[in-house]
Design a protein. Sequence first.
Length: 741
Amino acid sequence: MQLNFLVLIALGLVLLLPESTVARWLGIPTVPFVESASKGSFSLRKLENVIVDTRHYDAVDNEGETLIPPTLSDFASTFGNDLQSILGVNVPVITGDQGAPNSIFVTIGNASRYLDAAGRTTSEGYSIEINSDGIALTGASPLGAWWGTRSLLQQAVLGNLELAYGSAVDAPGWGIRGFMLDVGRHYYPPDFVIEMCSYMSFFKQNIFHLHLSDSSNLNPNISMERKLEFYSAFRLNSPAAAVAGLNIRPNESYYETDFESIQQSCASRGVTIIPEFDAPGHSLVFNQWKPELALSTDFSMLNISYPETIPTMEAVWKTFLPWFHSKTIHLGADEYSSAEVAEYNRYVNTLTDVVYESSAKKTRIWGTFAPSRLLNATNVAANVSIQHWEFFEANPYFDFIKNGYSVVNSDDAFYVVNKWSGSYPQSINLTRVFHGAPDGGPYAPYIFDTSNSTNNPSKGNPYVLGQIPVVWNDFGPNSSSVIEAYWAVRQGLPALADTQWGGDLTQSEFTSIFETLHAAIPAQNLDRIVKSKTNTILSYDFSESTLWWTKTVRDTSGNGYDGTISGNCSVSNSVLQLSSGCAINTPLLSKGRNYTLSFSVNPTSSKPGTLFSGSASSLKAGNGSISNVMFITGGNAFVLNYTLPINAWTDISVVAINNATYLSVTQGESSKLETFEFTTTIGVLSNSFVWGNPMSIEAPISVIGGDSFEGFITKVKLEDSADPSYVTSVAPLVTGILEFT
Ligand SMILES: *[C@@H]1O[C@H](CO)[C@@H](O)[C@H](O)[C@H]1NC(C)=O
Ligand SMILES: *[C@@H]1O[C@H](CO)[C@@H](O)[C@H](O)[C@H]1NC(C)=O
Ligand SMILES: *[C@@H]1O[C@H](CO)[C@@H](O)[C@H](O)[C@H]1NC(C)=O
Ligand SMILES: *[C@@H]1O[C@H](CO)[C@@H](O)[C@H](O)[C@H]1NC(C)=O
Ligand SMILES: *[C@@H]1O[C@H](CO)[C@@H](O)[C@H](O)[C@H]1NC(C)=O
Ligand SMILES: *[C@@H]1O[C@H](CO)[C@@H](O)[C@H](O)[C@H]1NC(C)=O
Ligand SMILES: *[C@@H]1O[C@H](CO)[C@@H](O)[C@H](O)[C@H]1NC(C)=O
Ligand SMILES: *[C@@H]1O[C@H](CO)[C@@H](O)[C@H](O)[C@H]1NC(C)=O
Ligand SMILES: *[C@@H]1O[C@H](CO)[C@@H](O)[C@H](O)[C@H]1NC(C)=O
Ligand SMILES: *[C@@H]1O[C@H](CO)[C@@H](O)[C@H](O)[C@H]1NC(C)=O
Ligand SMILES: *[C@@H]1O[C@H](CO)[C@@H](O)[C@H](O)[C@H]1NC(C)=O
Ligand SMILES: *[C@@H]1O[C@H](CO)[C@@H](O)[C@H](O)[C@H]1NC(C)=O
């Protein structure tokens, strides 16, 4: 009876439905997909090659933001590498005139069917046709085809290499989709920036905006001497005479070759770097360089009326414009003195003209002063695009869009401030991504105001360029580690990628596929995973299996991560003796959260030295004149109130759980266990502090010893997990004021 009923329903459905079933691919973002009437699926296991259309193999997309667009064949070979690295499908990428059985044919087609939210054609659209023969991927441009390859990879990962017959026609609603990172107040190495591009690209995000100069807020009450020393940075480093002395942090900078490689690597995955130098506000770094440029009333701002100010900033931009491969650069221009609006407008308009004349690039600024309707007023030219961030500055819809300005949505609903803030969260709020519309529906780039829809233009408004969430480092370089910027957006950025593209993913769908897709993102390892057969990643017991004659330390974990001895470390009775200049080099670099790095150590001198170092951190027993155990990461020291006893064995475990890192020690007869936490003290306006913020620090596992540490070490073990019971005495955050004279 029940069965018959179901059969009837099924029959009814079959009769009601036309040739095909309308559906969508669940992905990040989602993809409109129509399953074909002829049921079946194509297995990528049968794939024999990727064929790039001979007629278009060297085509490029000139419509996008980049001036160094890869060719169709460049994108196809990167796709070929990804097929291998994430799916294990190893096929050649060749050229040909047409598709063939068991191939993916990649070509370019009529762009007019791909429309953005405003109904304009977009070069980023693509379509996919899957049948028993294989797959045809047609991009509106090579960039469109590239985004199509991301869809194929995602579906292959989720579908275990099987792709149902059918077709997809897809295009992004908005052209600017990405992320901004404050690399001015905190340095991020080039490789990290490149890995973030790979991360975004998998979710079809195309813009990485780098805020390249800034400082924390300056306390106006400190002495000029301290103002001149306060941490600020200008991250590009050129030998040009025009900028001599501007960059005083050579080891925390991008040289021309670094910036070129960042831009090229990112472009190869469809991501354009938008560079920003922030002025005339947030200009401490320029004023430290040339104090005569400062406003007498605020040393963090430029005095635009001073005759040398605009020429100096023109010279800075002219030095670096030839480095940049984007069509748009960012002048910053936020939070300036409201007593100087006319001068501010003159600054923006003059620099806009200079930038255009010398490089044909367009400019963007942060939404700051609403255009004035007074007849005699000057305004920022309407061809300067506006990056909106806060309604208290200006209303993006009424002040800008309705006056003909194009606007990027960086509303601070999606601001993150690393580690601590009086007003912003420390990671992207997922609830807001999926329910941030005024009616509780999902967020989207045209939603500037999450609670008042009157402030939002229509979805199809052509002046809305896209959306960019932001991670700021308001409290400077020592408040966080490099990798914490990634953890702050690890989920939120992909979630926003769906809304930036115009997808319709729900929060529960996102949760159901995110980790599976995450595990497959090519060309990055931001989780800092180390492959391991078991929970034990590496284990050096320095037993007889250590072959001193081949200088090999055997890894007993089963993973074969054997070490090599350099210098004259000696090994006897299952103990390694470290002395100045000797080291064990492992084949590994770093391990991300969670981990337990344990070892036994017996220092024979109080000489400070390094115990372990890796690509992201080093663990030291003392540094300079202090003997405390500390981690150094990103150039900053995080110091424990603990010193290793000399001439005694201590068992140590460095334990990373979620966003915190601990060190626990067991020492002496009593075997008493003591746990310390690596934290940071955040300085606010040079006179108040927030103590006890957790630090996430990757395990340093590339080198044991290597500099001046002297003593014995053994039982070195790295595990891929952490016992949650270490989270014992988490110190509460404490805020306090420290008066100074
Ligand atoms: C592209 O397609 C549109 C409509 O779909 C059509 O009007 C136009 O002629 C086509 N262009 C080319 C070059 O085929
Ligand atoms: C600077 O000093 C003034 C006057 O004493 C005081 O009102 C103000 O709060 C101080 N600002 C900061 C950031 O400490
Ligand atoms: C800005 O510079 C002009 C020209 O040198 C000078 O007259 C003015 O006092 C300066 N303003 C401030 C606030 O420093
Ligand atoms: C512009 O005109 C208004 C009156 O409409 C006047 O109050 C203001 O001072 C003028 N501003 C300038 C810069 O001339
Ligand atoms: C931008 O607009 C201003 C003012 O209308 C104009 O002077 C300038 O030439 C324009 N620049 C470009 C690149 O169109
Ligand atoms: C660290 O994680 C804890 C919970 O595990 C959370 O309460 C806290 O907000 C996190 N801190 C930061 C800075 O992310
Ligand atoms: C996240 O966003 C939602 C919706 O805007 C809000 O209700 C909630 O308070 C936010 N959570 C945090 C931790 O800020
Ligand atoms: C919503 O925005 C409109 C336009 O800015 C404003 O007039 C109105 O007061 C706002 N409503 C609320 C409840 O804030
Ligand atoms: C750069 O060098 C300075 C001065 O030696 C040092 O304090 C800082 O930690 C270094 N930064 C990095 C990221 O290594
Ligand atoms: C360091 O630890 C000792 C006890 O081992 C304690 O007396 C001292 O107050 C601690 N210092 C700080 C700055 O916490
Ligand atoms: C780390 O361990 C905590 C506590 O056991 C767990 O909740 C969390 O999911 C783990 N994180 C990772 C990245 O494995
Ligand atoms: C971080 O730097 C601030 C100055 O910006 C300083 O006050 C604070 O003590 C430093 N914190 C650590 C842990 O070094």
